[in-house]
Design a protein around this ligand. Structure first.
Ligand SMILES: C[S@@+](CC[C@H](N)C(=O)[O-])C[C@H]1O[C@@H](n2cnc3c(N)ncnc32)[C@H](O)[C@@H]1O
Length: 626
């Protein structure tokens, strides 16, 4: 069967520019017109070309100028010419644990570790030599063999010019078993990147999920195939969960530095109760009008400048510029216009329509790109719970989803309920983005610390069934774990680097009548250890929850954690690769100790991000004395 997939416009010519860093980096922001204006654009204003040279955004904003700038290099690539500079930069392997490194490991596993390691170790740059018949911007047909960890497809390319050469093609939006027609747009180390042009034959195994628009045209997302967000959406949900289990497994194999014998089997990924309409925060962004329109605005007035904008109906004026408000495009610079996002909650989608209109009406007042913030919140409770009038879930009124509100000012409070607890935090602060899975997640962490007799593991039996009475919540944000787990502990201490979040954690403790058993410290995670003993926290009565940002923990923190020697460590992470590194460090360092060590009791993913390839991973480590 042949079905066209909405792919990128056929006008793509220049090699796509690699983003300098992850767009999720927090930009520096200032406020203008009630929006957050970016001083460092979230879609980075700088891209790197094939030589790792920075191309200012102005030169990438129109395809013509980019083509002109990159043409000579494209020709060089076509001809297999490599400049000195190329070679110098390209020999550098991607940063460890980065997305580039994870892809490199995918390719290494796919082509064979020995084959790849030999090529790299020879240091003659052969891993960059793409098959000479593989021309940029030409189309080829491929049989997809596997998924990469980030949910793209990987296909083996058999070179006609050199049968001994092994090469891969990375294409988004296709699945193992598909036969696809693709257009190559960039060569890289051991792989070329391609745009999907058409799926010639579908693999039935990896299709048929609720979001498979081929089978269910009304379902899922109409931007699938272009938006960088939800690559797994055509897959049946059970296969999405399996993909994430494999991601956890691979991360520990590749990055933990631990042998398989000390790692438990990865448990099944826990699914999200909501698989659509779950995201409680979205941040669409937009670029400001180009300089030439801004110049018109200054010189000829708003009417002339506004006339230079592209029509809303998509007609391309000769010199037109279209305001696009939305998310990152897959594999291409620039924002794509998004009117709705089916993984966001209904209240956010409704608000997005209003916010888009507001930006469209005021676009000429923006000198820079900006990011909108939309956050789902319960309505502010009346009266507001506080230390004298704490929240009581039994008497609090039920709130239906239609009564939720959308907050767009990052300084205003957002309210969310998790089980019997109410949380409040500034809309701009961190809070988990999928409320539907927070009870399963926090209950799981609780059960891991206090296993029921039936599930009492041999490890905890060996560790003499000591159960903690004190909880240390590190990287605590506004107190999610400390507060939801508090009824099992005599005392809770939290530490967090963001002052806004720690203020929220204190207020949340008061709002839930927990001020007497909780303390909250603003500082680096490792700063907590000095204060613990004087507050009655000892390793032998404590459990530590760790939930760091994507980069994972610093060594000073891990060292002090080992000195503190808690009974149980539960490490929750949105980046399983750095988690695997840190867990490996804890296990290997503890192995050097006399009479005790940590063991990995369990590892599993939680699906906080359905339809995407992201996974939250939970590792439970137990102290055993030997
Ligand atoms: C993934 S969030 C987890 C927050 C919280 N546990 C939750 O689930 O809501 C990571 C938190 O770590 C904080 N953070 C980042 N670096 C830190 C550091 N060096 N020490 C302490 N907290 C840090 C961030 O501000 C953020 O709130």
């Amino acid at each position: 069967m042949t079905t066209s997939i909405p792919t990128s416009p056929s006008t793509r010519s220049p090699p796509a520019k690699r983003l300098k860093s992850d767009v999720s980096d927090i930009p520096n922001t200032i406020e203008t017109n009630g929006f957050t204006e970016i001083t460092e654009a979230p879609i980075k204003s700088e891209f790197i070309d094939d030589n790792n040279e920075i191309i200012p955004k102005a030169s990438t904003s129109t395809s013509t100028s980019t083509i002109e700038q990159t043409k000579p290099k494209v020709q060089q690539q076509q001809q297999g010419v490599k400049t000195k500079k190329n070679r110098k930069f390209k020999r550098v392997l991607p940063d460890k644990y980065s997305a580039g490194d994870v892809l490199f490991q995918d390719i290494r596993d796919f082509l064979g570790q020995e084959y790849v390691d030999n090529l790299i170790n020879e240091k003659n740059g052969l891993e960059w030599e793409f098959p000479e018949e593989l021309k940029l911007f030409e189309e080829i047909v491929l049989d997809v063999s596997a998924f990469t960890v980030s949910g793209e497809s990987i296909s083996l390319y058999t070179s006609t010019s050199n049968p001994n050469k092994k090469w891969t093609i990375i294409t988004p939006f296709a699945h193992p078993g598909d036969k696809i027609r693709v257009k190559i747009y960039k060569h890289d180390r051991l792989c070329s990147y391609a745009d999907l042009q058409e799926i010639l034959e579908f693999s039935e195994t990896y299709r048929g999920g609720e979001g498979d628009r081929r089978k269910f045209p009304q379902n899922g997302c109409k931007y699938f195939g272009e938006c960088g967000g939800c690559q797994l959406q055509p897959l049946p949900y059970s296969l999405q969960l399996e993909h994430k289990k494999r991601t956890v497994e691979l991360a520990y194999k590749r990055f933990s530095n631990l042998s398989g014998s000390v790692l438990p089997n990865i448990q099944d990924t826990i699914g999200s109760p909501k698989q659509w309409e779950y995201r409680t925060k979205i941040t669409p962004h937009f670029d400001s009008a180009p300089k030439w329109i801004q110049k018109q605005l200054k010189e000829q007035g708003e009417e002339v400048a506004l006339n230079s904008l592209k029509n809303g109906d998509g007609d391309q004026h000769k010199n037109g510029w279209q305001l696009r408000i939305g998310f990152e495009r897959k594999g291409k610079p620039g924002v794509m216009d998004i009117e709705e996002c089916p993984i966001a909650t209904p209240v956010l989608n409704k608000k997005m329509t209003e916010e888009r209109k507001r930006v469209q009406d005021t676009i000429m007042s923006f000198s820079r790109g900006a990011t909108l913030l939309l956050r789902d919140s319960l309505p502010e409770p009346i009266p507001k719970p506080d230390i004298d009038n704490p929240f009581n879930s039994e008497t609090a009124p039920e709130i239906s989803p239609e009564d939720h509100i959308a907050i767009t000012n990052h300084k205003l409070p957002v309210y969310e309920k998790v089980g019997k607890y109410l949380f409040s935090f500034n809309a701009g602060s961190f809070f988990q983005n999928n409320n539907s899975i927070l009870i399963p997640l926090t209950d799981y962490v609780k059960e891991a610390i206090f296993p029921s007799t039936s599930s009492l593991s041999t490890i905890i039996t060996k560790s003499k069934s000591k159960l903690p009475t004190h909880l240390v919540d590190t990287y605590c944000g506004s107190g999610l774990f400390g507060i939801t787990l508090s009824d099992k502990f005599e005392k809770v201490a939290g530490v967090e680097i963001s002052n806004d979040s720690i203020i929220a954690a204190k207020k949340n403790a008061e709002m839930n009548k927990l001020q007497n058993k909780t303390t909250w410290l603003c500082g680096k995670a490792e700063d907590i250890f000095g204060d613990l003993p004087k507050n009655g926290f000892k390793g032998e009565n404590s459990c530590v929850v760790i939930d760091p940002p994507r980069k994972g923990c610093d060594e000073p923190f891990l060292k002090q954690l080992l000195e503190f020697k808690p009974l149980t460590i539960v490490y929750v992470s949105c980046n399983v690769h750095t988690q695997a590194r840190d867990v490996g460090y804890i296990i290997n360092e503890s192995d050097k100790k006399e009479g005790w060590k940590y063991v990995v009791e369990s590892l599993r993913g939680f699906d906080l991000f359905p339809q995407t390839a992201h996974v939250e991973s939970v590792a439970v480590l137990r102290l055993v004395e030997n």
